[in-house]
Design a protein around this ligand. Structure first.
Ligand code: SF4
Length: 354
């Protein structure tokens, strides 16, 4: 196994200084919430729209998606749901790359987002021009990019993957003896390289939420809850993954919560996941895994600051205002190119299931 990283460093510093975290949405009173919810329900019907929310959005957004016939899932499941749902408008509560993926897959639909300013540190840390230069320097490599990238980066890739299918796709490519360029999450890339033994060149990106989980603090927590199982998303550092009883994507962790016999679960991923996880295992105690504490650079405390921008007020605004603040557009040339690796993943996922 070859396991190297690209020369880009200090991505975290760059994200902190160039892309400061957004302010948290203003808190709403219960009455304001109920008014927004009623308005959103009416507008969804009037506009033949469906709300599709990621597991990391706030619980009230996930509940609203479920209540209105929408969907809650990981980014692969969100894309698949949007693809097959007949609604003319898809309202994507998540971060920008998820809205872009929906537009790439269903260009005939109107794709709305509560805000187009909901970023992702992985996407921000992988600019298309720098990534293209990196790929061009290794023309014999198959380029595999995580879904958490811009449409332009996807357009440069041979494969798009999500965390739920990345291992299977890299195993497949490795069986064909293809060396791989992996971008942008270095922790997930390392995890997959170690699991598969594949030859991978890694881009040096990271998720600001998962990168902050701390192995030392987790060990201390485990000593307080010795019977608890530890569930870890592989965007976390290797030292944290090593302590896990289950490692996987959001959907895989939710399934693990059910199948593991433990009554207490320490969960190292964005705490938005607790909503669906607790629905599935109401009898179990879910415990937030600790981050690095006072010294941590992450200011989100295990909750993605960009996912938190998907508030009720912004959702209602997207339906009343639409337009350039809320509607997702993707350049046609980029869209056509990025559709190829995205469809490759979806076809591969279908074959896996059949
Ligand atoms: S939790 Fe991390 S990977 Fe997910 S959207 Fe936020 S910054 Fe990106």
């Amino acid at each position: 196994m070859l396991h190297r990283t690209n020369p880009v460093s200090h991505i975290q510093d760059k994200i902190e200084t160039v892309y400061p975290f957004p302010p948290k949405p203003a808190p709403l009173t219960e009455e304001q919430k109920q008014t927004h919810i009623a308005n959103i329900k009416r507008l969804l019907k009037e506009q033949d729209a469906v709300l599709i929310a990621h597991y990391y959005t706030d619980p009230e957004i996930q509940a609203l998606a479920e209540e209105t016939g929408g969907f809650v899932g990981d980014s692969l499941e969100m894309a698949k749901f949007g693809n097959r749902h007949p609604a003319k408008t898809l309202l994507i509560a998540g971060v920008r790359f998820m809205g872009e993926s929906a537009k790439i897959l269903t260009p005939e639909k109107r794709i709305l987002m509560p805000t187009l300013e909901a970023e992702c540190s992985l996407d921000l840390g992988c600019p298309a021009d720098e990534f293209t230069t990196f790929c061009d320097a290794h023309p014999d490599h198959t380029v595999v990019v995580y879904a958490n990238t811009s449409a332009a980066v996807k357009a440069r890739a041979d494969w798009v993957v999500t965390s739920s299918i990345a291992l299977d796709i890299v195993e497949h490519l490795d069986s064909l003896e293809k060396p791989i360029i992996w971008g942008p999450d270095r922790h997930l890339g390392s995890y997959i390289a170690n699991k598969t033994g594949a030859e991978m060149l890694l881009w040096h990106g990271e998720c600001v939420v998962h990168d902050e989980f701390s192995a030392d603090a987790l060990r201390k927590m485990k000593s307080v809850y010795p019977e608890a199982a530890i569930l870890v998303h592989p965007e976390s550092p290797a030292s944290v993954v090593e302590l896990a009883d289950a490692v996987g994507s959001t959907s895989q962790l939710i399934k693990a919560a059910k199948t593991l016999p433990n009554k207490q679960l320490i969960v190292a991923t964005d705490k938005g996941i607790f909503y669906k996880m607790q629905q599935l295992v109401p009898e179990k105690e879910l415990i937030e895994a600790p981050t690095a504490g006072a010294g941590a650079t992450c200011r989100s405390c295990a909750h993605c600051p960009w996912m938190a921008m998907n508030g009720l007020s912004a959702i209602e605004q997207s339906l009343t205002e639409g337009g350039e603040k809320h509607e997702v557009f993707v350049d046609d040339n980029v869209r056509v190119k990025s559709l190829i690796p995205l469809n490759r993943m979806l076809d591969f996922a279908e074959q896996l299931q059949s």
